[in-house]
Write a new protein. Structure first.
Length: 238
């Protein structure tokens, strides 16, 4: 899979992270997103955050600018989203304590609990009116748990992890895909030895999960403007 090329080494990985920050969006979608992250860094308490009207409003606006209220995607009303998020407070509290790079294993007791908690939130959080959940839910979960969950989309993430887009009708089936990607991102973090020291806070570089997303986006931007020979030369040099 293409994700294996992107994560072959730290040099290759961070090269494409840089490409993302040079070539990817710079509008309201970045501005609103950075407001969410700044709230997390300043407050550092998920309970306080989810009870703030400002946080829920910016989360909703960011989902909109991240294309979650257009074409086939349809968001729930903001009050429904806010209430649903607050109903998941106990799970969010426990999940918020974990960072992708600090999880030793997903197969020990703590790791299995993280997966169970993620499954409950994923399957019950009322973010989307539209049937498909994985894109909208994963983005919302990233906004709630930026150091743990990577946002997933149909344009970049799934083609790079699977070679094609994946569709499921049932939430439980979609969670299997979400869980598989989550497990693979954890493996990437361990293999590349990613730590918070690698997060410089510039532009889209807000957390370790977002670095992985950025590398995928950067690679996609690169291959659309370079030849296969140029890519091959870059990979050999790196």
């Amino acid at each position: 899979m293409l994700i294996d090329i992107i994560t072959k080494s730290r040099n290759i990985f961070f090269y494409f992270v840089d490409v993302c920050n040079q070539a990817y969006r710079f509008g309201h979608d970045l501005k609103f997103y950075r407001e969410i992250i700044n709230m997390h860094r300043n407050v550092q308490d998920v309970v306080k955050l989810i009870k703030k009207d400002d946080f829920c409003k910016i989360l909703y606006r960011t989902l909109e600018t991240w294309n979650m209220n257009q074409r086939g995607a349809k968001l729930n009303e903001i009050e429904i989203i806010k209430e649903s998020i607050q109903q998941h407070e106990p799970y969010l509290i426990d999940l918020y304590k974990n960072k992708l790079d600090s999880i030793n294993s997903l197969e020990d007791n703590n790791g299995r609990k993280i997966i169970r908690d993620l499954e409950f939130v994923f399957c019950h959080l009322e973010i989307m009116k539209s049937r498909r959940r994985i894109v909208g839910i994963s983005k919302a979960m990233h906004f709630l748990l930026p150091d743990l969950v990577m946002p997933i989309d149909s344009t970049y993430t799934m083609p790079y992890f699977y070679g094609s887009n994946k569709y499921h009708v049932k939430a439980e089936k979609e969670f299997q895909t979400f869980s598989d990607i989550f497990t693979k991102t954890h493996r990437i973090v361990k293999n590349l030895k990613l730590t918070n020291n690698d997060v410089d806070g510039e532009k889209w570089n807000t957390s370790i999960p977002k670095l992985i997303d950025n590398a995928i986006i950067g690679f996609d931007k690169y291959i659309k403007s370079h030849t296969s020979d140029e890519l091959e030369a870059l990979l050999k040099k790196s």
